[in-house]
Design a protein around this ligand. Sequence first.
Ligand code: FAD
Length: 345
Amino acid sequence: GALSIEREEKAIQGNLADWSGVWVYAECRHGRLAPVATELLGAGRKLAEKRGVSLSAVLLGSQIDGMAEELIAYGADKVFVVDDPALASFTDDAYGNALSALAKKHKPEIILAGATAIGRSFIPRVATTLATGLTADCTDLAIRDEDGALLQTRPAFGGNIMATIVCPHTRPQISTVRPLVMKPLIRDAARKGEIIAVNLDPATLKPRIKVLESVVEDLDRVNLSEADIVVAGGRGLENEKGFAMIRELADVLGGAVAASRAAVDSGWIPYPHQVGQTGKTVAPKIYIACGISGAIQHLVGMQSADTIIAINRDADAPIFDVATYGIVGDVFEIVPKLIEKFKER
Ligand code: FAD
């Protein structure tokens, strides 16, 4: 029971000082690196320099040629590549086993991964396998001067406080980090690094889950997380027709459509469009909030937008506290006028 688990933990952990180096799990999907991979290399570079250790990326997948070079251009000193048909589709167990096996062998002191659907899904498994902790959803990372420990900051209590978490007794220190929070380095194709191709024991990779079919969701033409302009709707839009109206505004502006949780819960628009604490974080150049009150759980997902334009008929709505420009009025009058004006241009 408890005793044997403890022994197993000790066996994995060994001497904490043996764990060295910063690792970034470089997420890729459908043959493309996720933007969060390069963001984490930017953050990881700073941590590695402060610790005086190397920065490595871990690339898992099938037919992922060319990506390792890309990771070096974005700051990795080393890239561990496991290119195996068993990793063609993401599964928690194959990906979790692969990353755990690499970490057990090479003993990094820090592992960073994106707090994406994939990272959130398999990184907890890696933490458990390595008998260490995990801080999910970090928004800031730093190294503590006294002992070199990783300071992992994340919102707690619905974003009302920021908690800083340390992992004092076990290694690696593992964090998942919100996309769009960290800044990537400028790509430098002249940067030199080492690519290490790893063949793992097939038994390690053999997933217990078989992927029968992957269905790619037909989202917007414009990806919400990467869009420069986001038009968002809330309960004030009243129904799906209201959303058709803001989709038209988004199309005219070449932007993406987002929503508050109230609108998603009402079934007017699917969940992938939700922005906020339990949805996506976006940081567009322009965020147009239509009929959204501005609850703290919504604001945490969009308040770092460069320019926020709010349309709400209640002049006291909290959204106006964060808005760069506010329009007090009825969305059903104002949005059609905006569409008309932008169409003229
Ligand atoms: P409301 O708060 O009902 O606001 C509607 C607004 O529309 C009002 O300000 C009203 O004045 C205005 N309005 C109405 N009619 C018109 C009109 N014709 N013209 C102009 N304005 C009009 N919320 C999120 O958005 N994202 C999250 O990820 C999220 N996560 C949550 C997690 C937790 C744990 C909890 C407790 C809550 C979470 N919420 C989240 C919910 C959040 O607290 C709010 O309930 C939600 O954001 C409200 O959505 P809303 O602004 O669309 O609706």
